[in-house]
Design a protein around this ligand. Sequence first.
Ligand SMILES: [Fe+2]
Ligand SMILES: [Fe+2]
Length: 279
Amino acid sequence: MHFAPIVPTTHVPPTRIARGTYVVHQVQPALGQPLFVPINSMVILGREPVIVDTGSPANRTQWLEDVFGLVDPNDVRWIFQSHDDVDHAGNLDEALAMCPNAHLVCSWAMVERHTSCFDFPLERGRWVVDAEPVDVGDRTLHAVRPPLFDSPTTRGLFDPTTGVYWAVDAFATPLPDPAAGIGDLDEDFWFHGLWLFAHGAVSPWLSMLDADKFRRSVDRLQDLDIEVIASGHSPVIEGSFIDRAFERIRELPALEPTVLPGQSILDQIVAATSIPPDR
Ligand SMILES: [Fe+2]
Ligand SMILES: [Fe+2]
């Protein structure tokens, strides 16, 4: 039996989101819905260039082309790995091999969890946890864990010189169009997407939270002077959309969890995507 492959089909070139700061895009078709899921990473071109997350293996060739179209691999000094999920660490091996002058910003927990499938070069490592600084020559970046995350190792990254915050898996939402910006999304569609992904795919523990503690964790992030939010799975969020995004995130713990697709939906997907064998 043959199945139509689920592969990235739409290339969106890297976009400049702030001075010297670029989002590297991958857009993946959503499973079973006519929607799309962004899988982003980021590059910061300061005195000591930083790669922020390393994309997914499914997009390896394009990711390498996009990233090293922005920066010479020999110039890269830092690879900041937000956490150990495959859509964020999918080309870490390749990036380390191609960037011999780069340190890997990771953590003890990341090494412990990921070392069964990845040989960490410990001598190149810098272990950074939540609330710690990362000095990259001409600026000090700050590791700040977002209020929504799907790995205990997650740390976002705030650049106070540009106001860009890398939110990792927070603010994840599907898109109706591969190139949709945040302003293109219907307000209700956006909120539904935030709810669906937060409760169903990123942070299913949301409904267990102490509301006050969660509010303080959102306050902590919102108190930064964020001018642009770049997320692994959202269009860039800026301007008035930043406050809207935080408002929406604050509402999520009080909402009912989503009911995820089950076997009947999988049967429908398989039926719809299977190709009859040649007669
Ligand atoms: Fe993740
Ligand atoms: Fe992710």
